[in-house]
Design a protein around this ligand. Sequence first.
Ligand code: ATP
Length: 295
Amino acid sequence: MTDAALAEAKAAAAVATTDAELSADPAPGEPLLRVSNIEVIYNHVILVLKGVSLTVPKGGITALLGGNGAGKTTTLKAISGLLKSERGEVTKGRVLYRGRDVAAGDPAELVKSGVIQVMEGRHCFEHLTVEENLMTGAYTRSDGRAEVARDLEMVYKYFPRLKERRTSLAGYTSGGEQQMCAIGRALMSRPETVLLDEPSMGLAPQLVEQIFEIVKSINEKEGVSFLLAEQNTNVALRYAHYGYILESGRVVMDGEAKALRENQDVKEFYLGMSDQGRKSFREVRSYRRRKRWLS
Ligand code: ATP
């Protein structure tokens, strides 16, 4: 068997084993979402994800970390089914949600199953009011007005600022308010899992902290699971339970958030505790050693 064939057989075996473990009705802490060894190609030629695997447990906050262009957004879109509109395709591997393969599915169906993505850059409807924006999040629901009204109040409880700005056009609100609006709109779909892309982008540190505090509170009180993509490793690892670090389309390290925060390489390369600025994990001896063990 050639090396390539051996690697492929190993990957297939890993996928088969992990599939078997995923329950359709997981208990808190058990895997809810599993990405197994996915490869993503844009425009039939640009290979961006080269075998990414990760697991999101029910009720957890999982961080997907990495620099610019590492493949975080692509991973989230591979899960939510939003790659097609960008001429992207999952060409290998599987995405399982509650035991069901969703990689080739319809994004709207996935929202009905409880998974929603909050896109990078907020994406509010600028010409609608804050409240109208929030209400668009409830369009897939069929459980009646009273339930939707109750959830609107729930969103206002987490984001009192949105209640104050409920009649303002979203286009005239601040960056922080638009991020809140985008998260609030996702909550209006009654999600079980939110894929949150770069919530800190372009926001002042104090606001970033406030947004993460709210995410934590939604996670703890409503039991919503989060997979959040972040370049801001520092803040993400303070709020997440588990983290994966992506570089050039591969997971180069993963672990409990606390362990990652204390890891010397993460400190040096992602938490800015080095004089030389950020280097690549590929340049780190321990990373190369670890990679040899894994191959
Ligand atoms: P950022 O934080 O900058 O968004 P990221 O980690 O989310 O980074 P991605 O947006 O997933 O990274 O991009 C990963 C790679 O895929 C980059 O090299 C990017 O140029 C490329 N890429 C992303 N979208 C497309 C597309 N639609 N067509 C071709 N290449 C793309």
